[in-house]
Design a protein. Structure first.
Ligand code: AMP
Ligand code: ZN
Length: 482
């Protein structure tokens, strides 16, 4: 097997993965803020973290993966201004924050399952760790923080190399807006936000700095440290986190460890920081404020199997921007279907695989090299397709090879069938059973050369937007057109 190499955002270099604890891999992923449904872009971040985790397992590391659920502290503006996203949504909906959090956490978990993302060792919920956050904050307050009317602020000038992850111009605090009066540096951020006098927040806790709530960056520092120990191996998130959230987490971690600059990456709390690039959509449908925004459920309602979206993600490298389009999604679905049809043709499931088969050696090597090369899933997919195309081999071996590859890619190739991949919009005017019944009658009519009946049935299907696809090479047989 090829040694695993990954791109470390902290050094902006591809580096060998060398675990902190031999044989183990400890990974922390910044999870969702559960004030609204995740959009498909958000889910790209978790598909990426899942592929990373699966690859670490494939390479033989014992994986401990933590994903947090942010139910307090994430403000409407990352640059430390605005309201708490959870409080704002709860006020808008006139519901308790706890109900909002439960609803959207469950919706997120449904997407996780639909995308065949493995369960992490732990989902850590921020509000379960407030005590620990207070302890952490107290331990760094004297040396690194100062108090203002609105809260306890972290002074970024007290740690070495602040902002290295973002490659920010520190003196200027580039890109930051100094919105809070009294801040010593533009980039300083609240680690504890006091409830303004005369106000009551739904979520607030007592602290040495008055009643209030933790800052978002503090949460991830604390849960990472508590659950994985500093330094752990890899911290992941979307590329936007490279600019503010993660530099701030890193500053806190340095303060907590009493450690030095970032030329030694372990001082950041993790050895490697990895970020997926964005899924972009030109018409603005990814914005959660645009009425019908791009949720996974919307894709499903339009008739697409959710794993087509996973395939779409895998077809791009995680560090490349990926543009969302319905045509792109359909192309990914068709590719997945081709693969599933080939998998269905591997019949003999009983045969015991021998340890190896020389015919598969090149594809296995290509697959392994691709994944080891900073998770090159586009190339790994072609290795899988080449392995599927190998003929005259024992079916048991072929099955084992494909199963092994799918352990890493997570396309559930043996769990779905071609029928599940049919495009089936929720708004269809006809059920699948009705379509199948009419097609069976049409077939019988054709067999009896009763073309009048068969044409009439075809017209009736067309009126209900069913396109009959006789002899389609992809075996669709029929398709519901939107
Ligand atoms: P949030 O719930 O806003 O904290 O976001 C959850 C995750 O999605 C974070 O890791 C973000 O960096 C990531 N993310 C946000 N927007 C996108 C996008 N358009 N494409 C990919 N990842 C994203
Ligand atoms: Zn985080």
């Amino acid at each position: 097997m090829t040694d695993l190499k990954l791109f470390n955002s902290l050094t902006r270099q591809i580096e060998p993965f060398v675990p902190v604890h031999p044989g183990e891999a400890r990974v922390y992923t910044c999870g969702p803020t559960v004030y609204n449904y995740p959009h498909v872009g958000n889910m790209r971040a978790y598909v990426f973290a899942d592929v990373l985790g699966r690859t670490l397992s494939w390479k033989g590391y014992k994986l401990t993966h933590v994903i947090n659920i942010t139910d307090v502290g994430h403000l409407t503006d990352d640059a430390d201004a605005g309201e708490d996203k959870m409080e704002k949504m709860a006020a808008e909906k006139a519901q308790s924050i706890w109900d909002i959090a439960r609803h959207y956490t469950e919706a997120y978990w449904a997407d996780v399952e639909a995308l065949n993302i493995r369960q992490p060792a732990k989902w850590s919920v921020a509000t379960d760790y407030v005590e620990e956050m207070l302890e952490f904050a107290k331990s760094i307050a004297d040396k690194h923080c100062y108090e203002l009317e609105s809260g306890l602020y972290f002074d970024v000038s007290t740690v070495e190399d602040y902002g290295r992850l973002a490659r920010a111009v520190t003196e200027e605090g580039e890109g930051r807006i100094d919105t809070v009066e009294g801040k010593r540096n533009a980039a300083d951020f609240a680690i504890w936000r006091k409830t303004p006098a005369g106000e009551k927040r739904q979520m607030e806790w007592g602290s040495p700095w008055g009643k209030g709530a933790p800052g978002w960056h503090l949460e991830c520092s604390v849960m990472g440290e508590k659950l994985l120990g500093f330094p752990f191996d890899i911290h992941t998130g979307g590329i936007d986190h490279r600019e503010i959230h993660h530099p701030n987490e890193i500053a806190q971690n340095q303060a907590f460890c009493g450690c030095g600059g970032l030329s030694d990456a372990t001082n950041s709390g993790a050895k490697m920081w990895m970020h997926n690039n964005f899924l972009v959509e030109r018409s603005g449908k990814m914005s959660k404020s645009s009425g019908e925004f791009l949720r996974l459920q919307l894709l499903i309602d339009k008739g697409y199997h959710p794993l087509a979206y996973r395939m779409m993600c895998l077809q791009a490298h995680y560090r490349s921007e990926l543009e969302f389009s319905w045509e792109g999604l359909e192309a990914a679905l068709v590719r997945l279907k081709r693969i599933v049809m080939q998998v269905e043709r591997i019949t003999d499931t009983e045969a015991q695989p021998e340890a190896e088969h020389p015919k598969f050696t090149p594809m296995l090597a290509k697959f392994d090299d691709a994944m080891a090369d900073d998770l090159n899933t586009p190339l790994a997919l072609t290795a899988l397709e080449e392995a599927l195309a190998v003929k005259k081999v024992d079916a048991g071996i072929k099955r084992a090879v494909i199963e092994g590859m799918d352990e890493v890619l997570g396309l559930d190739l043996f769990g779905i069938d071609r029928k599940a991949l049919r495009i089936r919009p929720k708004a269809a005017q006809i059920t699948e059973a009705e379509i199948e019944d009419m097609l069976a009658r049409r077939k019988a009519a054709r067999a009896e050369k009763d073309f009048a009946t068969s044409d009439a049935l075809r017209d009736e299907l067309a009126a209900k937007r069913v396109e009959v696809m006789d002899g389609d090479p992809l075996g669709w047989e029929w398709k519901l057109v939107q």
